[in-house]
Design a protein around this ligand. Sequence first.
Ligand SMILES: [Zn+2]
Length: 247
Amino acid sequence: MKISEIFAFLQEKAPFETAEAWDNSGLLVGSPDAETAAVVVALDITDDVVDTALIGEAKLIVSHHPVIFSPLRTLTTDSIPYRLAREGIAALCVHTNLDKATDGVNDCLAKQLGLQNVRVAADGMSRLGELPQAVTAAAFAEFVADTLKTAVRVRTGENTVRTVALCGGAGADLVLPLLDEADAALTGEVKHHEWLAVPQGKTLVDGGHFDTEVAVIYQLADWLQEAFPSLKVIVHRGDTPYSTIKD
Ligand SMILES: [Zn+2]
């Protein structure tokens, strides 16, 4: 099928005009008129992901993170956008519009945690929801680590957690204000001053950027497979771009 058909489908699921002004979502490399029989779905477009596309004869990669973000000052042969263009592989990036979308990044994270009564926060991106039952803050942090299968960082208010605010990726600035109403917040990146800003008696958990977002690529793959049954959908999960030495 044509890449423009896949774009139109994703436009329905996660309208591109809802992306943040600073974002760079959309068809960033390639032609809407090109045809592809296969698509690779990934969180980031790395060299490994391009290799997966070449092996699977996919002429399209759908990623969450934009392959071109800051202004492109060079286009050298070792850069990924150059490689994509040379190989005739298009890049369709669904970033902050997918964070906000129904069943997008943050709904997937809420679903993983089994939150109930999930609602969109006033920022349009974060979600609020309740755990099926109240747990201690320490138990909540451990539950997040078990569910996301990753090491987490936590500042615990030694409180009881029932209402949870969350935003996958770099969302500490968004979830911190939600601690007014939530007992605990979960995001993927927390800066030093953001840890210090956790109100007393509240809990903040950093589950890592990759691990708080990666579930969405399986949702993207399901959407695409359902909408385009003849399309070969290849999920490239990858892993965190770092390892943890000491917890
Ligand atoms: Zn992200």
